[in-house]
Design a protein around this ligand. Structure first.
Ligand SMILES: *[C@@H]1O[C@H](CO)[C@@H](O)[C@H](O)[C@H]1NC(C)=O
Ligand SMILES: *[C@@H]1O[C@H](CO)[C@@H](O)[C@H](O)[C@H]1NC(C)=O
Ligand SMILES: *[C@@H]1O[C@H](CO)[C@@H](O)[C@H](O)[C@H]1NC(C)=O
Ligand SMILES: CC(=O)N[C@H]1CO[C@H](CO)[C@@H](O)[C@@H]1O
Length: 259
């Protein structure tokens, strides 16, 4: 029986993590490596990927590339199998958020969001599934929103999110009989390095954090490591009877209603 807190929780497991150069993806990579996993990290920013790698226990395989580039995605899977010979865990973490309502969106925006948030994950998952079936592996999809969830006027983003929710649940049912589990985590406001250095003035940052006292029942924003813990749970055998769920890791935000 594998239990949470066991330092060997992911021992000998091979995991692909996309968007591993910062935030939740980086925190997940670092935690997974402490739990004994062998890692293959995808991301766009080489320097940031190196930074994540330097904080891992064992040097991960770094495969920089664009998820929207089909040959980059094939390369990610091929290189992982070449190095490790198998695949146990896929963490779909990369994704983008853009603002826009039905009055001021564009087809270009729709295409871009569907391409990055849905098509690329669809493609990568397709390529990984045969290998995950061999190992009775797991897939964890991560919301990429990093705290921007509460902004209104995110139409194309919401459509891509709804598509992904169905993707998680459908693939969970399709792969259940083959022993592959598929789940997702839905983080609330999560303070990432990206946000801190992302041009927010001290005042704006303070306001942003103030607001989470009201928007999150637990009265604060989350830490990427808290999301990483949930991902590790869903990725390991401690969650062996869990599939097709979208787990909010959001300080209770999902249960709240404005009044
Ligand atoms: C995809 O990436 C490869 C190499 O990584 C590059 O040669 C190719 O031009 C890229 N394709 C597109 C459409 O950007
Ligand atoms: C788009 O429309 C929404 C809703 O009308 C508005 O809140 C938002 O500021 C607009 N964004 C831009 C970039 O015009
Ligand atoms: C769009 O998604 C965000 C983030 O999940 C959510 O807060 C918002 O209510 C959604 N908007 C609509 C119109 O569904
Ligand atoms: C159900 C769920 O959490 N789906 C998420 C999958 O990942 C995308 C972005 O990568 C999010 O937008 C979805 O919310």
């Amino acid at each position: 029986m594998v239990t949470i807190g066991n330092a060997e929780m992911l021992a000998r497991k091979v995991a692909i993590i996309t968007g591993a150069s910062s935030g939740i993806g980086a925190a997940t990579a670092i935690l997974f490596s402490r739990l004994g996993a062998h890692l293959s990290l995808g991301g766009r920013n080489c320097a940031n990927l190196e930074n994540t790698a330097s904080r891992c226990v064992e040097k991960p395989l770094l495969i920089p590339g664009e998820l929207t580039n089909e040959s980059d995605v094939c390369h990610l899977v091929q290189e992982t199998l070449k190095k490790y010979g198998k695949l146990d865990i896929l963490v779909n973490n990369a994704g983008i958020l853009e603002l826009g309502s039905i009055e001021n969106t564009s087809l270009e925006q729709f295409d871009r969001l569907m391409k990055v948030n849905v098509r690329s994950i669809y493609h990568l998952t397709m390529l990984c599934v045969p290998h995950l079936i061999k190992t009775q592996g797991t897939i964890v999809n991560v919301s990429s929103v990093n705290g921007l969830r509460s902004f209104p006027g995110v139409l194309a983003y919401n459509v891509s999110k709804a598509a992904l929710d169905q993707f998680t649940k459908c693939t969970a049912l399709e792969l259940a009989s083959k022993g592959v589990r598929v789940n997702s985590v839905n983080p609330g406001v999560t303070v990432t390095e990206l946000q801190k250095r992302g041009g927010l003035s001290d005042e704006a940052y303070q306001k942003f954090l103030e607001r989470t006292k009201e928007t999150h029942a637990l009265g604060r924003a989350g830490d990427p490591q808290e999301v990483a813990q949930a991902i590790a749970f869903l990725a390991c055998e401690a969650s062996s009877f869990v599939t097709g769920v979208c787990l909010p890791v959001d300080g209770g935000r999902h249960a709240m209603c404005p009044r």
